[in-house]
Design a protein around this ligand. Structure first.
Ligand code: RIB
Ligand code: CA
Length: 375
């Protein structure tokens, strides 16, 4: 796969507009890769991160989020915890996918940066009010916090510049039940509130934002983002280390002294970010090998965050979407009215195509450079 750094780097390095962003997450392995990408992106101004339950419980999400931001050198970013359970259902988590603590086999020092005293949904509302029309909200988790935020502030769709959602499946099979995607499945009531509130006719369109419907990246495009061992190898090469993070002739992939799950040998000089990626992704790749038939990982969340920074990475189609809440087999399904039989105005711009190679080139280049700078 040809790698052309010129292709993958937008004008951001030439000092163009940075995207001021709040990320809502359930860190989780791919959430953590999205956070690393945000920190590594010169065109991203990471304002704050809010946490909710999903892959693991909300307290663990908040711990993981702060630990990953500290790993990336960004302990200055405000991290707030939000609602710890779905709006109307019992919480389900997925330790089999992301590991019991949500970061696979990786082990990170306990977070030192304090948790914000603000409640996640309040942070979203307060920052949007403080900076009307400036902030992009990127959601990588069940939509519990975002639903509470828009219930507290119905003007939120007009106060935010843009919303990018990783969630749903609009023309493809589900990953949690036959027709449901994880983030929506965990809290379908929240998803329905968000799709309804942010997509109301005129609710978030304005003179300078003629079609600012929420952008939704569902499994239709995110399951094309298959992170493979070769991507880690390219990233590690840019960081100047082996794919397991070992450096300077250290035991690369050697046996003995490896961290839990077979990581880099203890005691060898390591690149901490690459070591984290190797240990977190090894767990995630083993999961995908068992359930999806390939040794790699769908990195749903980084693709969504990259799209928030560069909308040209995807092609979207406006469609009316509603969420099933009472299906015997389909609760949590994002139902997309592609043939417009409902006669309701479109409320979501659904991503139907994505430039995956350009995304991976950019991911490898940016996170590789971040890792190189953190040795
Ligand atoms: O279905 C994929 C989504 O669910 C991703 O956000 C992943 O982190 C999990 O939360
Ligand atoms: Ca997630």
């Amino acid at each position: 796969m040809a790698y052309d750094p010129v292709v993958s780097e937008p004008a951001a390095k030439r000092g163009t507009q940075r995207t001021a962003m709040i990320v809502d997450c359930d860190t989780g392995i791919d959430d953590s890769l999205a956070l690393l990408y945000a920190v590594a992106s010169p065109d991203c101004d990471l304002v704050a991160v809010t946490c909710t339950a999903g892959n693991v419980d909300a307290r663990q999400v908040a711990e993981n989020t702060r630990a990953v931001l500290e790993l990336a050198g960004r302990s200055d970013v405000e991290v707030a915890i939000g609602r710890e359970t779905p709006l109307a259902r019992k919480l389900i988590t997925t330790p089999e996918t992301h590991g019991p603590r949500g970061i696979g086999y990786a082990e990170l020092p306990a977070a030192r940066m304090p948790l914000s005293s603000r409640f996640g949904p309040d942070l979203i509302v307060e920052e949007a009010r403080r900076r009307p029309g400036e902030l992009t909200l990127v959601t990588l988790a069940p939509l519990t916090n975002v639903a509470l935020a828009v219930l507290r502030e119905p003007e939120l769709p007009r106060l935010l510049r843009r919303v990018v959602i990783m969630g749903g499946s609009y023309r493809s099979a589900g990953n949690t039940a036959p027709t449901t995607e994880w983030n929506v499945n965990v809290d379908p009531e929240a998803a329905r509130i968000v799709f309804e509130a942010f997509g109301d006719e005129g609710s978030n369109r304005g003179p300078d934002r003629p079609s600012a419907l929420p952008t939704a990246l569902g499994l239709d495009v995110t399951e094309r983002a298959r992170f493979l061992p070769e991507h880690l190898a390219r990233l590690a090469a840019l960081a100047g280390c082996a794919p397991d993070g070992s450096m300077g002739g250290g035991p690369s992939g050697s046996s003995g002294g490896r961290s839990k799950g077979g990581g880099a040998a203890a005691g060898s000089a390591i690149n901490a970010i690459v070591r984290y990626l190797a240990d977190a992704l090894r767990f995630y790749m083993e999961f995908h090998s068992r359930y999806d038939g390939f040794y790699g990982a769908f990195i749903h969340d980084p693709l969504a965050l990259a799209t928030a920074l560069d909308p040209t990475l995807v092609r979207t189609e406006a469609v009316t979407v509603d969420v099933e809440l009472a299906g015997r087999l389909t609760t949590g399904e994002t139902v997309a009215d592609w043939r417009r039989v409902w006669g309701r105005p479109p409320n979501v711009d659904v991503a139907v195509e994505a430039e995956i190679d350009r995304f991976f080139d950019r991911f490898v280049e940016r996170v590789g450079a971040l890792a190189a700078g953190r040795t």
